[in-house]
Design a protein around this ligand. Sequence first.
Ligand SMILES: [Zn+2]
Length: 255
Amino acid sequence: MEITFLGTGTSQGIPIIGSNHPVCLSENPKDKRLRVSVLVKTHDLTIVIDCGPDFRQQMLANKVDRVDAILYTHEHSDHTIGLDDIRPYFFKQGDIPVFAHQRVMNSLRKRFDYIFASENKYPGAPSVREHVIENKPFKFKDVHIMPVNAMHNRLQVFGFRIGDFAYLTDVKTIEEEEAKKLKGVDVLVVNALRIEAHHSHFNLEEALEFIEKINPKRAYLTHISHMLGFHDEVQASLPKNIFLAYDNLKINLDA
Ligand SMILES: [Zn+2]
């Protein structure tokens, strides 16, 4: 399995438009963060988790010539608003399978009514194949996917465990029973917004506590704000098996 971090930034990305914050002005490529998304290659399939405003740029940067499915964590714009840019994949492959909670699917149907239209569809509009998911394991072709329920303040979000890889973003709280689904993972990705507390995201301290509890072999932090600090400085402060993810980072897992 190969994982590519397509984007690792919080909702506005880094740099923020017009910001003079030192992290936004940093010339280190690791301090430039597109909106969060991750590409999972496994069983000869290419699966994208979330499809935000930087989707097109992310697919170009990583030369992704095929998308077999999109999984959605939740409906916020930084995770969904790039859906129109599946058009090149749709033209080559046909309807693109999307997996989402019913509530998220309803939100996509509202925002992208022309994609979901069944009558008088504009000829250039893409189409998707809807798969509504609940909090129970499902299969996409040969890939077993385990949703993990968590809360983004009061909004339900899904994380996903695929084999020994788990990806959770926009999490503030998670119940014991759900956290148990993550036991034994090799790689855990989890959000860490900044140093200070936030109402709907783990801050760094909460993310580190959560990682300690799950005890994966390696953990990567994502959905990062400029307020977390410079990549190199934050990385130097972390325990040895915990890494700040950065855009276009690739990691490999055995299974
Ligand atoms: Zn987000």
